[in-house]
Unconditional design. Structure first.
Length: 133
């Protein structure tokens, strides 16, 4: 019985689940921030677009590299630097094949997520505080 649990809860899976939880907290903080100045439907649409674009940042960076000599390439490059990269929370096939994630990937992903969460929560608290005054 115990051996089956040890087999199931591999470090890669546990880290992946922690990153998934961090991504959920990211979206909670984003929704909290957006709801401090916009409607529920707008918050939902913007959150969904952040999710879709954030999971496609690598593809947008590849497109920007192909269009590096054109104005659209520069716009995409700047946009991908500003927009949250949700690929940092998704180790992908490494979980499927139980490959080690590495300390650098894990720690950078955790710090990246915490930084975005704190930024959204601080901005939301500032906006809500000004709204009450």
């Amino acid at each position: 019985q115990v051996n089956e649990w040890n087999e199931l809860w591999r470090p890669t899976l546990v880290i992946s689940l922690i990153l998934l939880l961090l991504q959920s907290w990211f979206f909670v903080s984003l929704a909290f921030f957006l709801s401090s100045f916009t409607t529920f439907s707008m918050t939902t649409m913007v959150s969904l677009s952040v999710f879709l674009i954030g999971n496609s940042i690598d593809q947008l960076r590849a497109l920007a590299a192909q269009l590096k000599d054109e104005p659209l390439g520069l716009v995409l490059e700047v946009f991908t630097q500003i927009h949250p990269d949700l690929g940092r929370f998704n180790p992908g096939f490494k979980v499927t094949y139980d490959m080690a994630l590495g300390f650098q990937f894990t720690s950078v992903s955790l710090l990246y997520g915490v930084a975005w969460i704190l930024a959204f929560l601080i901005l939301a608290s500032v906006l809500l505080e000004r709204r009450e005054v």
